[in-house]
Design a protein. Structure first.
Ligand code: PMP
Length: 460
């Protein structure tokens, strides 16, 4: 057997990767030909690759490494827990200390009476849990026909069959349709879809689509509405201010359950513990994952309010994962929450990092390619456009210019993502102003190079 290590030449690692490893959300044949970048270690906000390049991670991995890379404490807790109790389940009248402690901590941190936690291994399977939770809730209340869940186009709720059905990503739905009784309304993306309306008018109009959908589907058929407080993978779409109060009013009026998918927004990303607090939403259920463990181990959960938990608890709930409440994952998550809390990382976001990032981010508006700059806490997006005044789209296929820009960032050792022709960031929450400055040197250089390339290729 070959021993594969960090010390092997990059080309050999790339060839082995291309031979055997299938990458998510990638065209693997082309990727294999180009060769992938091999990340070998990381510290703080910095990644190192097999060529010794230092890369500033403007995405915190996949929006998850909130406390930054390389925290020894988490490694120690994992090792200790593995020695003491590496695994046990909680299905059949048993429990263990890490899961008790983590559930208690999440109940303490979560707003309102969100006091009950059902664990999963990540965000997708937590959203699958949510589908079962809300349908079981209405069944137990004697209203089994209330089984339709309303979601939004361009939402991302995960990659499993259930959660991708909740999501509104056309490319995923094209793989074979979606599960029954999911209905999608339009997203509050003013830049792309607002037409001649003001953002305030558009926010109200899009929220009222929820009411229209409820009336159309039948009030007694709708179980729940699910949404991300700020759409993340859809392109960091920040709704106009009028949107969320109207959504809340409609959910209250019709008595439907509100699920806030906090997988990205949770654990400080928006400047509060949860995006629901930043956006003024009162959910019955929150989906959490990513920042709960800062990505050091896979773990997710549904955090459920008192009344829903009570109704679910009336009968056996036929649902659970082998790794629901995994002791090692729970112990690591708990240690991550301790660090977030004791090191006042969310205060750092609110008082230092987010205001500074906002100022720098909005200064990108002077760049000829940038038409809109949106940011909430530590998640931001810019819209690339050939004409800021008319919010025009490029003549080239959507995403062509975004991809050029992302490739320039990658080459210049700053990780940003593109969603169509929007560029997005979501750095570790611990990023310092000096690191933000360095990030912007690289972003400016990348935007300038992308601008030059698209002029040269006649894409502008
Ligand atoms: N919900 C949201 C809002 C997400 O952003 C994601 C992941 N990007 C998920 C759910 C799915 O989480 P996971 O990849 O951990 O299954």
């Amino acid at each position: 057997m070959v021993t594969i290590t960090n010390h092997m030449p990059t080309a050999e690692l790339q060839a082995l990767d291309a031979a055997h490893h299938m990458h998510p959300f990638s065209a693997n044949t082309e990727l294999g030909r180009e060769g992938v970048r091999v990340i070998t270690r990381a510290k703080g906000v910095w990644l190192t690759d097999s060529e010794g390049e230092e890369i500033l991670d403007g995405m915190a991995g996949l929006w998850c490494v909130n406390i930054g890379y390389g925290r020894e404490e988490l490694a120690e807790v994992a090792a200790r827990q593995m020695r003491e109790l590496p695994y046990y389940n909680t299905f059949f009248k048993t429990t263990h200390v890490p899961v008790i402690a983590l559930a208690q901590k999440l109940a303490e941190l979560a707003p309102g009476d969100l006091n009950h936690v059902f664990f999963s291994s990540g965000g997708s399977d937590a959203n699958d849990t949510n589908i079962r939770l809300v349908r079981t809730y209405w069944q137990n209340k004697g209203q089994p026909d209330r089984n339709v869940i309303i979601s939004r186009k361009n939402a991302y709720h995960g990659s499993s069959v259930g959660s991708s059905s909740l999501g509104g990503m056309a490319g995923m739905h094209a793989q074979g349709g979606i599960i029954p009784n999911i209905h999608h309304i339009n997203q509050p993306n003013w830049w792309a879809e607002g037409g001649d309306m003001t953002p305030a008018e558009f926010g109200l109009a899009r929220a009222r689509e929820l009411e229209e959908a409820i009336l159309e589907l039948g009030q007694d058929r709708v179980a729940a509405f699910i949404a991300e407080p700020v759409q993340g993978a859809g392109g960091v779409i920040v709704a106009p201010d009028t949107y969320w109060p109207e959504i809340q009013r409609i959910c209250d009026k019709f008595g439907i359950l509100l699920i806030a998918d906090e997988v990205i927004c949770g654990f400080g990303r928006t400047g509060n513990w949860f995006g629901s607090q930043t956006l003024g939403i009162r959910p019955h259920i929150m989906t959490v994952a990513k920042g709960m463990s800062s990505g050091y181990v896979p773990i997710g959960a549904s955090i459920i309010c008192d009344e829903v938990a009570e109704v679910i608890g009336m009968e056996e709930f036929n649902h659970g994962y082998t790794y629901s409440g995994h002791p090692v994952a729970a112990a690591v998550a708990l240690e991550n929450l301790r660090i977030l809390e004791e090191e006042k990382i969310i205060d750092h976001v609110r008082d230092v990092a987010a205001p500074y990032l906002k100022q720098k981010w909005e200064s990108l508006l002077v760049h000829p390619l940038v038409g809109e700059a949106k940011i909430v806490g530590m998640m931001g997006s810019i819209a690339l456009t050939p004409d800021k005044g008319t919010r025009a789209k490029f003549a080239a296929e959507a995403g062509t210019v975004g991809y050029i820009c992302r490739e320039r960032c990658f080459k210049n050792n700053v990780i940003m993502r593109h969603v169509g022709d929007r560029m997005i960031i979501s750095p570790p929450l611990v990023i310092t102003p000096a690191e933000i400055d360095e990030m912007f040197v690289r972003i400016h250089k990348s935007l300038d190079e992308a601008h030059a390339e698209i002029l040269e290729r006649g894409l502008f």
